[in-house]
Design a binder for this molecule. Structure first.
Ligand SMILES: Cc1ncc(COP(=O)(O)O)c(C=O)c1O
Length: 377
């Protein structure tokens, strides 16, 4: 069988190993060090964030974001329903309750109209959420002007889950830097990876300083290990930060290649009956972190699961879209506003292999298989 084609495997530039070697040569095999500091500074320069703290994962960054936003047990937090569980689990870590908001049809991200309905309804009940977490999916920003205007009107903080959108834009800004706090992920399948890691950013230095302190066991700034709050061991290590420097140096190349891959799929498959490729919103750059296609089974002849399994038969990894959080057994006791858009995207959406090291031969192979499936359906 031919070599497996993965969904979005890591793609090192080659420079990362030299930066890691430098850290070794200087013996900075430590939880902090110059490479980590440089990674944070470069990340701020690239995204336009004022302050950043690098941590062990995007999930840890979101947990810290909720803690420094004073989200407490019993509070509610609104969050997109169409997302990965990592956007929601930290809400439970702090003892708060998620309330799920459906997607809008165009961007697939949090629907500002439903968000407004939800805030209006909670306001009538006299209990507004402590925070709203819009999740920017698959490389495209949510409509942040609309979301910010609504949340400002109700005085509710916005924490952006920007784990999937490094390299994208929204009206000239980087998503993740628009709300009070933003979080990013560098796990193995993201557009750049440090093997695992995350970043919390904000323009409010106090919040980032507090998150940094909590991420290093909440030591007070005295020599004798004084603690007045509970801390975590969430800091990114200097060696991991060294990988991040090299990866961030190639982010623009990676975005360009992701977009080329998407354009290639669309150019070759876009005319097939039952397949829909989603447009880039006019407000900014879609990175096409993952190339997603919607499959209408009545027109295509097979549903997304049948297509996925047939690709798997050829050792090709593809994946359904996120199963909405309001359909997850673990979260079924929580409220949801809307839900049908996310459900239909989940039923029809398939993420195609999108690794930036994919060759044209591999892309042609995937495309030919999809043609063949349609012809034989
Ligand atoms: C939308 C979203 N939020 C949060 C995360 C969590 O990031 P990490 O895996 O770095 O903890 C991920 C990715 O895994 C994600 O896709």
């Amino acid at each position: 069988m031919s070599e497996r084609i993965y969904l979005s495997p890591p793609h090192m530039s080659g420079e990362e190993i030299q930066i890691v070697q430098q850290a070794f040569a200087d013996n900075w095999i430590a939880p902090v060090g110059p490479q980590l500091k440089t990674f944070e500074e470069n990340f701020c320069a690239y995204t336009g964030a004022k302050y950043a703290v690098a941590v062990s994962s995007g999930t840890a960054a979101l947990h810290l974001a909720l803690m420094v936003s004073d989200v407490h047990p019993g509070d509610e937090v609104f969050v997109s329903s169409l997302t990965f569980a990592a956007s929601v689990n930290p809400i439970l870590y702090v003892g708060a309750k998620p309330v799920f908001i459906d997607s809008e049809v165009n961007s697939w991200n949090m629907d500002p109209n439903l968000l407004e309905d939800a805030l209006k309804s909670r306001s009538k009940m006299g209990k507004l959420p402590k925070a709203v977490i819009p999740v920017h999916l698959y490389g495209q920003s949510a409509d942040m002007n609309a979301i910010m205007a609504i949340c400002d009107r109700y005085g509710v903080a916005v924490i952006e889950d920007a784990a999937e959108v490094l390299g994208s834009s929204y009206c000239g800004r980087h998503p993740g830097t628009i709300g009070k706090i933003g979080i990013f992920s560098f796990n193995g399948n993201k557009i750049i990876t440090t093997s695992g890691g995350g970043m919390l950013v904000s323009d409010d230095q106090r919040l980032v300083d507090h998150a940094r302190k909590l991420s290093t066991q909440a030591r007070e700034p005295v020599a004798h290990y004084e603690h007045i709050e509970i801390g975590y061991n969430y800091r990114m290590s200097n060696i991991v930060g060294a990988i991040g420097i090299g990866q961030l140096n190639v982010i623009e190349e990676r975005v360009q290649r992701k977009r080329e891959i998407y354009d290639y799929y669309r150019a070759h498959l876009g005319e097939l009956a039952g397949l829909t490729f989603v447009n880039e919103m006019s407000y900014g750059r879609h990175t096409r972190w993952l190339s997603v296609v919607l499959i209408n089974p009545d027109e295509f002849g097979l549903d997304r699961e049948q297509v996925r399994l047939k690709l798997e038969d050829h050792n090709i990894e593809s994946r359904p879209l996120w199963k909405p959080m309001h359909l997850q057994p673990v979260f079924d006791q929580y409220d949801v506003f809307g839900g049908v858009v996310a459900e239909s995207l989940f039923n029809q959406g398939l993420c195609l292999p999108s690794g930036t090291a994919l060759t044209v031969d591999q892309l042609d192979h995937i495309i030919a298989l999809i043609y063949e499936m349609h012809a034989n359906a």
